[in-house]
Design a binder for this molecule. Sequence first.
Ligand SMILES: Cc1cc2nc3c(=O)[nH]c(=O)nc-3n(C[C@H](O)[C@H](O)[C@H](O)COP(=O)(O)OP(=O)(O)OC[C@H]3O[C@@H](n4cnc5c(N)ncnc54)[C@H](O)[C@@H]3O)c2cc1C
Length: 381
Amino acid sequence: LAEAYDVIVVGGGIVGAATAYHLVCGGAKTLLIDREDVGRATEAGAGVLAPEMNRRDPQVWFDLAVKAVDYYPQLVEALTAEGAGDTSYARCGMLLVAATHDEMRAFKEAQSAILARRARLGSPAASDLYAVSSREARALFPALGEVYGALYSRVAARVDGQQMGEALRRAAEARGLRVLMGNVTALVTAGNRVTGVTVDGATLGAATVVIAGGAWSPALGEPLGLRIPVAPQRGQIVHLQLTGVATENWPIVGAFRGHYLVAWADGRVAAGATRETGSGYAVETTASGVRETLDEALRVAPGLAAARVVEIRVGVRPLTPDGLPVLGAAPGWEGLLLATGHGPTGLQLGPYSGKLMADLALGREVSDDLRPFSLARFGAS
Ligand SMILES: Cc1cc2nc3c(=O)[nH]c(=O)nc-3n(C[C@H](O)[C@H](O)[C@H](O)COP(=O)(O)OP(=O)(O)OC[C@H]3O[C@@H](n4cnc5c(N)ncnc54)[C@H](O)[C@@H]3O)c2cc1C
């Protein structure tokens, strides 16, 4: 098989687009193939970038996420300088609130864990992550109702996956990335080496293939006997529109039922999201999903009651059993890298994962310890 490309990236969500961008920056002749499935996670993602407020994920996730969000400003600056357009990235801050009295216990536990971690690391600065009064919280996000306790991060940021993905792809294309809309139906192998892909009946060769197919990644591994334990977890997110309200500087709001509010310019507030584990690939807006999302949004922020519902986005998160991504070489195969399984945090991690995967494909030294993210952690496939 002729090696037409140095690298073929399968999947054009934020992970694939970031991988492709970093590859062409490194001089690799790269092809990105994308099927544009309905329900791709990057198009639906809420875009909360705030590991300093995370209290759910393990230390290895946290360490990766901190590097990933620290990398964002530098990447955004490079993309802007390259004329890639608006990435949508902005530091907007985040409030974690107890919206009812019975959330106070969980709030206090979260607050002490988050502040203790901050003090231990010395980062973010104490002046960037601190408790605020109910009145201050409502001044920051006027639609809030009762606030029993509030913690504020000034450094939290938001990003629209769609816009960030497009900016990465545009910048990469300007640097020579080839993009093909198509369906990769199989990987081509010779012995224990992956040598290319079959796309819509044609065969294309590459020294390295990267699987960045989001929730659809397992189908590409199966014929090779590679079990990639990534499953679709549906998320429904409701976009609300306030009229005549300047929301651009409103912070993200999180409470204690797994939901959040992300404000954008021009009165738009995204209220998300369901986490429907075991949903399968059906990309549907359901009565219970929308009710759950709106109930929680209005419980925390009754000031949104009169907002118009302008859009409901639905996407499937690529979820692994332990919630950590799958990054690195495919065990037992040469020329195959895996960049999938980013679950609910792929907008935070994705651009940095792409950089790491490009470094691996380019044969550069990768300073990060990728062992916790190896497919091998799930045992023999
Ligand atoms: C409602 C919701 C809210 C979220 N909120 C946040 C958040 O606040 N913060 C955060 O960090 N993350 C968030 N996420 C998670 C984040 O969106 C995902 O982790 C991330 O977008 C995954 O990106 P991806 O590139 O791996 O997958 P995707 O965006 O799903 O892209 C995969 C692409 O691969 C293509 N593909 C697959 N198989 C093939 C094939 N065989 N041939 C060709 N193309 C193929 C698909 O068509 C698709 O375009 C959220 C997700 C959802 C759904």
